[in-house]
Design a protein. Structure first.
Lengths: 148, 449
């Protein structure tokens, strides 16, 4: 029967080994040739957009890359679905945008700020999401069907 | 209660109860907003309510874990806490930072990163607070007469939880990398080191409640926390399937996160078996309910419901839907909320001297909260599955789907009302115990517990 020492060895050994593998895989997935995060296309404007995204806690309602609060639409590929004009209008409106009466906070961003956020969305839209991008974007889905 | 300084735990538990009530209040604000009753939108928009709801959960659980540590460590180490005064300083600063963060969320002062919304300036105060807490606990442990496995596992869990907060403070330009390291905190907390804390508290409670030999319980504790890390560390990969990182995580995350329920299954079997084996039947039935309940409900909520959407083929469709909220609610309730309520139910009579071991209030609180939470989980589940099919399979527009599934949020609110009734009953029971007192110290004649 298992002794307490063996049980402790199992815990410490297992933890150490899996943690080392985890660190190794992390390094691997961000290494040259394996990195698919679209990092090379980040511009200063994209970073400004990300800051606006965070400072206003947009993922407190929306989701992006599938992460957020499920109260408002997924914004990965939103530009492809809605177009820049629509998104810009939502970001700049001084009264709450309220499709089907579900209100969004009226942020009333300036045009520059809105364009920063759009640059951020465009950058997000170009990331290889292992197939999730096709699930969240009907347009991309249609394209895929046509290609098949 | 064997040491006077264990009384500090009471005030951490009291803070927990207060924050729990607030957490539930903000949950209702969100539930009503989802069925179109969003009259508070101008003051508390959904993103504020959401950040407050999840952050209060983290803070009240942490306060509960800290209270548990202040109660358990002196008893395990067989000495008083090194400083009671500093423990109160730590309590007050924890409450102050928590309140500052929550108030800030109402004024757009946050970081907008899911679960880690606390602004950077306050992050540093959190670090200071946790360092003070760890210093008090670890010093007590190392100066103590004995170092038990239970105390070591609990302290290790708390220490690693503090260390893992750091990756969440690293700044990144890329949303992908930001998210990647955010999960180092969030996942490795709740599916890693918090399970160590839970395991430590569970082992302590089982030793006290069942009378099974410490050596047996602690041996299995090692096996369980071993299984937790073996599956949970690489299981982090289930957050990396579709956020823009390498496909290797589909395989690694898929395999190891599918193993995660094993740790919870082991925990449930362990708790039930120890209860069966135990010859000493402790009179505190309510604490026993919560202890066994935590072990079993965490297996269902964290283990089974987690498994339900953890495979990459399923998660491709459920990622970013209400299915996640279904799993989240029962998992946090079973694994962490219930274990905190268990240690409170166990320690409260010992600290106050009022031995309400078994009564209608305690049982009512246990059953109504659990039935209410299971109902809420089902409401989220039905809404989530419907959302997956309508939105992701049939391509319906997001808001049109939200209208279709809004009825499930009426069910959610009804079940949440039952749940809240149970929590209020629990808190009334808490209050009826009165304040902790030195008179509750165990004397030779009263040393059964």
């Amino acid at each position: 029967m298992l002794s307490k020492q063996q049980a402790r060895a199992f815990f410490l050994g297992g933890t150490l080994v899996t943690f080392l593998i985890f660190i190794g895989l992390t390094i691997y997935s961000f290494s040259d040739g394996q990195d698919q995060t679209n990092y090379e296309n980040i511009t200063a404007q994209v970073v400004r957009g990300k800051v606006i995204w965070e400072e206003n806690n947009c993922m407190g309602c929306h989701t992006i890359l599938g992460e957020g609060a499920y109260y408002a639409p997924e914004l990965t590929k939103v530009i492809e679905r809605r177009g820049e004009g629509y998104v810009k209008a939502v970001l700049m409106t001084p009264v709450p945008w309220a499709p089907n009466d579900r209100k969004m906070v009226a942020y009333g961003f300036s045009e520059d700020e809105a364009m920063d956020v759009i640059a951020f969305f465009n950058w997000i839209g170009e990331i290889d999401l292992n197939g999730f991008d096709r699930i969240v974007s009907p347009l991309a889905k249609d394209k895929q069907l046509n290609n098949n | 209660m064997k040491y006077k300084s264990q009384k500090v735990a009471y005030w951490f538990f009291a803070l927990s109860m207060l924050l729990l009530v607030l957490q539930i209040t903000y949950g209702f604000i969100m539930g009503f907003a989802r069925i179109g009753m969003d009259g508070l939108h101008d003051f508390i928009p959904f993103n504020t309510a959401r950040a407050v709801h999840t952050n209060l959960l983290v803070v009240w659980l942490l306060s509960g874990f800290m209270g548990a540590a202040y109660y358990i460590i002196p008893e395990e180490a067989q000495r008083e806490l090194v400083s009671v005064k500093l423990a109160y300083v730590q309590l007050i600063s924890l409450a102050a930072v928590g309140v500052a963060a929550i108030v800030g969320y109402h004024f757009n002062w946050w970081e907008g990163r899911k679960f880690l919304e606390i602004p950077r300036q306050l992050d540093y105060l959190v670090v200071l607070n946790v360092l003070l807490f760890l210093a008090l606990i670890l010093l007590t442990l190392f100066k103590g007469k004995r170092k038990t496995t239970t105390a070591l596992v609990l302290s290790m869990g708390l220490l690693f939880a503090a260390l893992l907060y750091i990756p969440g403070m690293l700044p990144f330009d890329s949303q992908v990398t930001d998210s990647f390291f955010r999960w180092w905190v969030v996942h490795l907390w709740v599916e890693g080191v918090w399970e160590l804390i839970m395991g430590g508290i569970l082992a302590f409670l089982l030793i006290k409640l069942t009378g099974v030999d410490r050596e047996v319980i602690e041996k299995w504790l090692y096996v369980i926390v071993g299984l937790t890390f073996l599956s949970g560390v690489l299981g982090t990969g289930h957050h990396y399937y579709y956020i823009g990182v390498n496909k290797i995580w589909l395989i690694v995350g898929g395999i190891f996160s599918a193993l995660e329920p094993l740790a919870f299954l082991a925990m449930a079997l362990f708790a039930v078996n120890m209860y069966r084996k135990g010859e000493k039947k402790h009179p505190n039935k309510i604490a026993l309910f919560w202890t066994l309940g935590a072990a079993i409900v965490s297996f269902v909520g964290a283990g089974l419901l987690g498994f339900a959407h953890t495979l990459p083929q399923t998660n491709l469709y459920t990622h970013g839907t209400l299915v996640t909220a279904m799993h989240g609610h029962l998992a946090f309730w079973g694994a962490y909320a219930m274990i905190v309520l268990a240690i409170i139910s166990y320690s409260l009579p010992n600290m106050t001297g009022r031995k309400f071991y078994d009564g209608i209030r305690g049982r009512l609180a246990f059953w109504t909260t659990n039935i209410g939470m299971i109902g809420m989980t089902m409401a989220f589940g039905v809404a989530g599955v419907a959302q997956v099919y309508l939105e992701r399979k049939f391509g319906m527009e997001f808001m049109a789907v939200q209208e279709e599934i809004s009825i499930h949020f009426v069910v959610l609110i009804i079940c949440a009302s039952l749940f809240s009734f149970g929590i209020i009953t629990y808190i009334i029971d808490f209050a009826k115990h009165g304040r902790p007192t030195d008179e509750a110290l165990e004397t030779l004649e009263n040393n059964y517990l």
